[in-house]
Design a binder for this molecule. Structure first.
Ligand code: WTA
Length: 646
């Protein structure tokens, strides 16, 4: 467990009085929600969403852990994100300011975005997509990614977005598991000043044969030369040009699947996290109001996450649009073409709410405040953080340099599985404590428990659980109900086990202490040690491998691999680099180990279990810990000297 939160927590930051006075949600909401959480969620859902048919029961928990929220209700998620704002007279409000990395830009009003999504829905219908189907989306950060997601939602087809940085293998396994018949992709995107490629990975994935994919739709973005397969591949623009921009939405059951999003678990096989419609949208939208204090008529919201991750689902595609707010979508990296790029965009669009990951804040901190200070950041009024605990040093820098000392920072703890914010200090209600995510969202109840499932005492480290079902909770792991029960509901009777270490402090604020399982957090992205280990052993020269996440100043954790070569294979200067590239090809650049150490043997217990903890100690320069349970204690000395050599 990495604990970046041991600094004294004596300094708190009350939000400015004026902020509190105007906040959407004030402290009394906590009491109101706690008094009757189901009544609270029912009221929020009716207030925030347009239901075509009202629900008759708030929660059906008769078959736990399989929840049904807002039973009997019918709605269309895309209608709630688009048409209703146009019908309310806000069709001319900007929905998306798109900023391409090379500096091109495009704006969509709500009326224009609705028309595009209607066309895209008609296009998907013309390709045979209907309610209940799955569509894979493998795209750069361009508006068409969001348009494609909303078009699926409009038709009741579940999307499965695969992060554009994942490899063809990762794409292939996700297409197979989700049984997607259509893939929406692009000829590439712009990243770090270069066109990146995506379409060749789709071609490779489909060349593996046996996939259910019938159609590939290609957005032209980067101008790369790509191959188009006759009868299978078509250009987005050509198809869209043939479509009408009128489309009547159908209304679906509250529990109709909205999307599948694959995330790393403790085994090598990613889990297809399933989210449904009414409960998900209720909590996502509520968090837009409560955590971000969004005022749709005046705010400009910018969440920097990629749509390939859950943050991009909830706070790029669904949250800001369901709120009817104006948002920025940026294609590239914060340092292209210069290290002040993000802040230049904040100035250009007068961004008022900015949401990013601590790893990026730490990178900006390292580059120096002068890059931010070149730009006018006075439009900002609220900052958010997500993905890992934000260390107090980064929090204070973010607060002062970016937020000018006046913007509350909301540290939002949640997961792909939780769908929306769960633990977050509401900016109008709570004095902020750097490094702590503080309080459960109103309507959510959390606990910190010990090994035996008993509540921990103040300051004692334990495991975070969620004690009651919540509207945006995952409804399962796609096609694997047993794994769903086993992974999340088997550790503590009747409670959701998040896999994160945490503690309560004396004020009742929650501090997160990092993952307690073999899931790493690299630059705010979840990676599993097992997934990278199986990629390594798929290399013909590798006999065995162990991967650990070692503390890293910028990325939070870095992937460090220890590898035993096969008898015949000999190590040379290129071996480590070859294995790094192998992982890059198998999973994607984010999973590429920062270092690969070739070792003779891995430290194992007598029962043959690899002791990753010892490897982590060495990788983090802590020397060798307790080796008494090792079958052969000398193994660690050899490894430690290998690491010391670099
Ligand atoms: C970690 C991202 C501390 C945590 C939304 C969780 C955090 C995992 C925070 C989920 C935070 C996310 N403070 N830890 N504010 N936000 N985490 O599924 O370990 O990509 O379990 O969802 O990220 O990662 P995921």
């Amino acid at each position: 467990m990495t604990d970046q939160s041991q600094q004294p927590a004596d300094q708190t930051f009350p939000p400015p009085e004026e902020f509190k006075r105007n906040a959407n949600v004030t402290a009394d909401e906590y009491d109101k929600a706690a008094a009757d959480p189901l009544a609270f969620w029912a009221e929020k859902s009716r207030e925030l969403l347009d239901w075509e048919t009202d629900f008759s029961e708030t929660l059906d928990w008769s078959d736990p852990p399989f929840a049904k929220w807002f039973v009997g209700g019918r709605l269309n998620v895309a209608y709630n994100c688009l048409d209703r704002h146009v019908e309310a007279g806000n069709g001319d409000r900007v929905a998306i300011h798109f900023e391409g990395e090379p500096g091109d830009s495009r704006t969509y009003t709500y009326a224009e975005l609705t028309a595009e999504v209607c066309k895209a829905a008609n296009m998907l219908t013309s390709l045979g997509v209907k309610s209940g189907d799955r569509v894979a989306i493998y795209m750069p950060m361009v508006p068409e990614a969001t348009i494609a997601m909303l078009a699926c939602a409009r038709l009741g087809a579940a999307h499965s977005v695969v992060f554009g940085g994942f490899s063809s293998d990762a794409l292939h396994s996700r297409i197979m598991d989700a049984e997607a018949e259509v893939v929406i992709t692009a000829d590439g995107g712009h990243r770090r000043g270069k066109p990146s490629s995506l379409k060749p990975a789709v071609d490779e994935a489909l060349a593996k044969g046996d996939t259910p994919v019938k159609h590939v739709v290609v957005v032209e973005r980067a101008g790369n030369d790509i191959e188009m397969t006759d009868g299978r591949d078509q250009y987005w623009r050509e198809l869209m040009d043939q479509q009408s921009d009128a489309h009547t939405p159908e209304f679906f059951d509250s529990e109709h699947p909205l999307y599948i999003l694959y995330t790393s678990g403790t085994t090598g096989k990613p889990k297809g996290i399933l989210h449904t419609s009414g409960g998900y949208l209720t909590q996502v939208l509520y968090s837009m109001y409560a955590s971000f204090d969004i005022k749709p008529e005046q705010d400009v919201f910018w969440c920097t996450a990629d749509v390939g991750w859950v943050t991009g689902h909830s706070y790029v595609a669904y949250g800001p649009l369901a709120a009817g707010a104006t948002q920025v979508i940026y294609e590239g990296t914060p340092d292209s073409p210069h290290r002040g790029r993000w802040w230049e965009i904040v100035e250009k669009y007068k961004v008022s709410i900015f949401y990013a990951a601590p790893t990026a804040i730490r990178a900006c901190m390292k580059w120096g405040r002068e890059h931010a200070q070149k730009f006018d950041l006075s439009s900002l009024r609220l900052l958010g953080s997500v993905g890992e605990p934000i260390n107090p040093e980064a929090w204070l820098w973010y607060h002062e340099v970016i937020g000018g000392g006046r913007c509350p920072i909301v540290d939002t703890w949640w997961q792909t599985e939780t769908g929306a914010h769960m633990i977050v200090p509401l900016p109008g209600a709570v004095d902020l404590k750097p490094g702590s995510a503080q309080r459960p969202l109103p309507g959510i109840s959390a606990q910190v428990v010990d090994d035996a499932g008993h509540p921990c005492e103040t300051d004692a480290a334990g495991f975070l659980t969620i004690t009651e079902p919540w509207p945006a909770m995952l409804r399962g792991i796609y096609k694997d109900p047993e794994r769903f029960k086993e992974t999340y509901w088997s550790q503590v009777e009747g409670q959701y086990f998040a896999g994160d270490g945490a503690r309560f402090d004396a004020d009742g604020d929650i501090w997160f202490l990092g993952r307690i399982d073999d899931v790493m957090n690299v630059s705010g992205h979840r990676l599993s040690t097992a997934e990278i280990e199986s990629a390594l052993v798929s290399h013909p020269d590798v006999a065995e491998s162990a991967v650990v996440g070692a503390a890293d100043e910028t990325s939070g954790q870095a992937v460090i691999a220890f590898v035993v070569l096969r008898g015949k294979a000999t190590e040379d200067d290129d071996t480590a680099a070859a294995l790094q590239n192998h992982v890059r090809r198998e999973i994607g650049p984010i999973a590429k180990p920062k270092q690969v150490f070739i070792v003779e043997e891995l430290p194992k217990t007598r029962s043959g279990k690899i002791m990753r903890r010892l490897l982590k100690d060495v990788a983090e320069n802590r020397g060798i810990g307790n080796t008494t349970t090792l079958a052969d204690a000398s193994v660690m000395d050899v490894i430690a000297s290998r690491v010391a050599e670099g």
